[in-house]
Design a protein around this ligand. Structure first.
Ligand code: PLP
Length: 422
């Protein structure tokens, strides 16, 4: 295992905080992560030295534009995009998806079919349901298997067989079940019937290397605040599609991508902070990712380091998943809602949802909160997944979501407190 957890934790000021003598244990990460110093420094530097609007001839605006360009290029390296012009920044994944879904809708016609997936967060469901209502589209659903917590590839292929599906909005990793879906295979199936593929990667990107060219999809969205950056969203789209789509924009704004989709004045300090988190991850790849570099022979420089960092993170996180899931399974009445066999952990992120017989998820989260342990409960916007599991009425699930800065000791402490919760 390559990660040096002490070196990592020292870079996140929030991780050393405690309240009333109780250390904070952040296991609320699927809802949003803490940030390393590089993010804070980048944001501060931006706001002190280069704070300006876009496109002016004076020093601050010129410097500001350089930061924005660098942030686009760094995100392109992180996602292995072909070009920085394929990276669109925005307020968050949901807002970007609402906006671009309107543009994509102009390629669809009445009675066309779109495919949505039951595991997904509503950010990749709601915008498409609105579009379907507005345009008179038909909606098809890909359900997941309630025993394996995965999609069945045969069932998926059946949904595309008649060629009716024109757009598939699918999810990479589930924010509820933790399953990593085979988005590459789903994309191949969808492309055989010439459907566009829009991937929600918000919950995958913090946990593994993301390669849009390898996945082969048409669009992919993620959120820097879920991968240790500021509150931002990022959309990647294939250059030719972004150029082709008509953007909902004001007339004086750019007519080319990414500017035509980055409406209004952007959160420049957020882009600076996103650059900061990518510098942090690049450093991890450089200093702790050497053993993974050989797995990315086609990449060099920052791109190689970023991808190596994410593999090092993925390996470390599997140790957390193992400890957490084994510990939960030892507690009476616990039902882990996701892949639980250790041999299959490469197909899950460490986000673990569970229910406890005759117990209310909110009460469990409250008891943990009283010990300064932060976890989420309820449906966490994975409305369809919670409904498919029949858990809406009973308050959903408790969700524990470690990331690479969490420790085995924090998992053990959480399990200790859980033992006293019911
Ligand atoms: C899988 C998934 N998709 C989309 C979103 C929405 O992201 P944002 O808050 O950036 O709109 C979330 C947020 O939790 C998520 O987990």
């Amino acid at each position: 295992m390559a990660l040096n957890i002490n070196t990592i934790r020292a870079q996140f000021p929030a991780l050393s905080l405690s309240d009333d003598g109780k250390a904070r244990i952040y296991l609320d990460n699927p809802g949003g992560t803490q940030v390393p110093r590089q993010v804070l420094e980048r944001m501060e530097r931006y706001l002190i030295h280069t704070n300006a609007n876009h496109g002016g001839p004076f020093r601050t605006s010129i410097e500001s534009d350089k930061v924005l360009e660098e942030a686009h290029q760094a995100m392109a390296d992180f996602l292995n995009a072909n070009s920085a012009n394929e990276i669109v920044f925005g307020a968050n994944m949901t807002s970007l998806t609402f906006a671009v879904s309107r543009s994509i809708g102009r390629l669809l016609k009445r009675r066309d079919t779109i495919l949505l997936t039951r595991m997904d967060h509503d950010g990749n469901v709601g915008p498409w349901l609105h579009l379907a209502e507005d345009l008179g589209l038909k909606v098809r659903w890909l359900d997941f298997d309630l025993e394996t917590y995965e999609y069945d590839p045969v069932q998926a292929a059946d949904l595309f067989r008649d060629g009716a599906v024109k757009l598939a909005a699918i999810n990479y990793a589930s924010n509820c079940l933790g399953t990593i879906n085979n988005v590459k295979a789903l994309t191949e199936i969808a492309h055989q019937s010439e459907a566009l593929v829009f991937v929600d990667a918000v919950q995958y990107v913090p946990h593994g290397p993301t390669d849009v060219q390898d996945v082969g999809c048409d669009f992919l969205v993620c959120s820097p605040y879920k991968f240790f950056g500021p509150h931002q969203g990022v959309l990647w789209g294939k250059a030719e599609l972004l150029e082709k789509l008509e953007a909902y924009k004001v007339r004086p704004a750019d007519n080319t991508a990414p500017g035509k989709f980055e409406t209004g004045t952007q959160l420049h300090e957020g882009q600076a902070g996103t650059l900061g988190v990518l510098e942090y991850l690049e450093k991890i790849g450089e200093t702790m990712g050497a053993e993974y570099h050989g797995l990315f022979p086609d990449f060099c420089g920052r791109r190689k380091n970023l991808h190596a960092a994410m593999l090092a993170i993925q390996d470390y996180e599997q140790t957390l998943s193992k400890r957490l899931i084994a510990g939960l399974q030892n507690l009476s009445g616990v039902d882990v809602k996701g892949i639980s066999n250790q041999n299959d952990f490469s197909r899950r992120v460490p986000t673990v949802s569970f229910t406890v017989k005759n117990q209310n998820p909110e009460e469990i989260a409250n008891k943990l909160a009283a010990e300064n342990i932060y976890v989420w409960h309820g449906h966490n916007y994975a409305l369809e997944a919670i409904r498919q599991m029949g858990l809406e009425e009973s308050g959903g699930v408790v969700r524990i979501g470690p990331v690479h800065y969490n420790t085995i000791e924090e998992i053990d402490r959480t399990l200790e407190v859980l033992k006293t919760c019911w």
